[in-house]
Design a protein around this ligand. Structure first.
Ligand code: SF4
Length: 299
């Protein structure tokens, strides 16, 4: 491995790690882990919009081959899918997990064992899917995993609607941020996700992520080791405001950003109540979004 791309959590001192864990857990007493700012005491069993307590819930884990090739390589990305979500996408394709809470509890010890098992199966990274509402538990389990020999990069695969405080606590722990950048307007965010400030908060969160890890860096085998990887699901009738998302990335993040424009949208869950998104994307719509991106990003 290129030593310049060594996972940053391997160098974090014990004191710094423990301070981050303490600070992160203290947030759960008046939860503002994400910009929903529910301010509920999760230690007392109070539940906010994400419907999550203190013990993490996961739906599954294992090597995953459906992620970007830079994460998958030969042996897969070591995904851990967390149950529940801080967003309420009307088009959610995993609503049984994200909205209905399908999953099972895992202790911190078990979560750390899962990471080690994924590393033992030669996965190229640990990929935390929908991690936002369990951030403290994740960093505590990473700390424990490190004592058990964890040494592969950590991927934070989130919805983009993140608090700056949480992302700053993840500095020197997360190697690869992989946020969705779902919408280029607050109005669309409100309509399809149920939050009033999706665009504003996501812009700031992704800027902070980029400040920490920079553009995506690969090793000699083309495997991602560090950096920012942005996903954007292109939606019918430009409901996702792709032009605004790309404009922001090119002007405020980096023209060299790795952006995965995704074309796999299909109507799901409550999409049927929104006529403009109640169909698949046309080929022309997707090609138009690629053109917009090529003009604004270095490609
Ligand atoms: S993590 Fe959950 S409880 Fe905490 S602010 Fe976000 S939605 Fe609310």
């Amino acid at each position: 491995m290129d030593t310049g791309l060594r996972p940053s959590y391997l160098s974090l001192s014990k004191d710094d790690f423990e301070t981050k864990i303490d600070k992160a857990y203290s947030i759960l007493a008046k939860c503002i882990l994400c910009p929903r700012d529910c301010k509920v005491n999760r230690f007392e069993g109070k539940i906010g919009i994400c419907n999550s307590g203190v013990t993490p819930l996961i739906s599954s884990y294992g090597p995953h081959y459906g992620e970007e090739k830079e994460l998958v390589g030969k042996f897969g990305s070591g995904t851990i899918f967390f149950t529940n979500c801080n967003l309420k996408c009307v088009f959610c394709q995993n609503y049984d997990i994200s909205h209905l809470g399908k999953g099972y509890e895992v202790s911190i010890e078990k979560l750390s064992d899962i990471m080690i098992s994924l590393q033992n199966r030669k996965c190229h990274n640990i990929n935390f899917v929908t991690p936002t509402h369990y951030m403290p538990q994740i960093i505590k389990s990473v700390y424990l995993s490190r004592t058990k020999g964890l040494n592969i990069p950590l991927v934070y695969n989130c919805g983009g609607y993140e608090s700056i405080t949480s992302i700053r606590l993840l500095r020197d722990i997360i190697d690869i941020y992989m946020p969705d950048f779902k919408f280029g307007s607050n109005k669309s965010g409100f309509k399809y996700l149920g939050v009033k400030d999706y665009f504003d908060k996501t812009k700031k969160a992704i800027k902070e992520m980029h400040n920490q890890v920079g553009d995506l860096k690969l090793d000699d085998n083309g495997i991602a080791k560090r950096g920012l990887l942005i996903r954007h699901l292109v939606m019918p009738n430009n409901s996702s405001k792709t032009d605004k998302v790309i404009e922001y990335i090119s002007k405020e993040i980096s023209r060299n950003s790795y952006v995965n424009l995704m074309d796999q949208y299909y109507p799901s869950y409550n999409s049927k109540y929104h006529l403009e998104i109640n169909r698949r994307l046309t080929k022309k719509e997707f090609l138009d979004s690629i053109e917009i991106s090529k003009k604004q990003l270095n490609r």
